[in-house]
Design a protein around this ligand. Structure first.
Ligand code: NAP
Length: 328
């Protein structure tokens, strides 16, 4: 008698990941390959050494196809998405320059949705951001931020938070376009993402703690921030893709911390670095962490990596990749 082994969840399925060489997407591609998927990863330049790490992932030689595509080039996206059962749209500019941010984020997302609809994919997972959710000056301190919240677009414009503005408008565009086209769209909303880096370059969110460790910032701000580990973000993408009943938006967050708590955790873990111990705001009361719900993802079975562990492994990885000197 032969015992049939359980097939990997992705066996026989091809999915597209846009912006495959990015911080989050690299972990997502790694996880999808582990789960047996064939992955068509879009990159703007397949020959660029910054995408070289993708080719070394387990399963990449057999099941990773890198496709040259730009978000503003519809035909390049259509070619990448052709033959795919699903799409993970993670590519986006990450900048507060309005010209570089808004059009690629919004038009690029519409292009991805249109191409996915044209090809007839089963589901699109769109990577939004807490920037599309939490920028609301009128939210009371006791309100629990959940999937029903949206950032105030006028406030984002007024405060020149073009990244948050672009992500919010892109998410709204994705939802409207998908509805128009009858396409199944599920949205993942990560908060600030930490964790080990696979790519050789430094991405914007990791700089958030690197700047405290390398001495380039001497004080911390009187501000709070929500955090999540990149490996949980990758798993959340996969969970909401693979769960047939998944729908709507999913906030992906582990905890909300004051900057003082962050530098405190880092100082305990890595006392050898010149971490700031003074807040730049000596006048106002310390900002309190807001409440944030991660219930929808927990209900799907996601167990979040604690922020302390995530910070530790981020620093170790920055040291290993040579972005942070090892101080004895
Ligand atoms: N990291 C966070 O804290 C965080 C939090 C919430 C949401 N997110 C969202 O998660 C996604 C990935 O972010 P990340 O942190 O992994 O950023 P990242 O490392 O900067 O990756 C972004 C990717 O998007 C690609 N891209 C940018 N503009 C493009 C264009 N016009 N055409 C094609 N590709 C383009 C980049 O390609 P190139 O390498 O060619 O530039 C890169 O691969 C983004 O949608 C971001 O908004 C991130």
């Amino acid at each position: 008698m032969t015992i049939a082994s359980t097939p990997a969840p992705g066996e026989g399925q091809t999915v597209c990941v846009t912006g495959a060489g990015g911080f989050i997407a690299s972990w997502l591609v790694k996880l999808l390959l582990q789960r047996g998927y064939t992955v068509k990863g879009t990159v703007r330049n397949p020959e660029d050494p910054k995408n070289g790490h993708l080719k070394t992932l387990d399963g990449a030689a057999e099941r990773l196809i890198l496709c040259k595509a730009d978000l503003l080039d519809y035909d390049s996206l259509l070619a990448a998405i052709a033959g795919c059962h699903g799409v993970f749209h993670t590519a986006s500019p990450v900048t507060d320059d309005p010209e570089q941010m808004v059009e690629p984020a919004v038009k690029g997302t519409e292009n991805v949705i249109d191409a996915a609809a044209e090809v007839g994919v089963r589901r699109v997972v769109f990577t939004s951001s807490v920037g599309a959710v939490a920028m609301d000056p009128n939210r009371g301190p006791d309100v629990v931020v959940d999937e029903s919240c949206w950032s105030d677009l006028d406030f984002c414009k007024k405060t020149r938070n073009w990244y948050c503005y672009g992500k919010a408008v892109a998410e709204k565009a994705a939802c409207e376009r998908a509805k128009e086209k009858g396409l199944d769209l599920v949205v993942l909303i990560p908060v600030l993402v930490m964790g080990p880096v696979l790519q050789p370059t430094i991405n914007a969110s990791v700089v958030h703690i690197l700047k405290y460790l390398d001495g380039s910032v001497k004080t911390f701000t009187n501000a709070v921030q929500a955090y999540v580990d990149v490996r949980d973000v990758a798993m959340a993408h996969v969970l909401i893709y693979e769960t047939p009943t998944a729908s709507g938006r999913y906030l992906c967050a582990e905890s909300v911390l004051h900057r003082g708590d962050v530098v405190g955790i880092l100082a305990k873990l890595f006392p050898e670095y010149p971490l700031p111990n003074r807040c730049s705001d000596e006048v106002n009361p310390r900002k309190q962490p807001y409440k944030l719900s991660n219930k929808k993802l927990k209900d799907l079975g996601l167990q979040f990596i604690p922020a302390k562990q995530s910070f530790y492994e981020t620093v170790k990885s920055l040291q290993e990749k040579g972005h942070l000197p090892i101080v004895s």
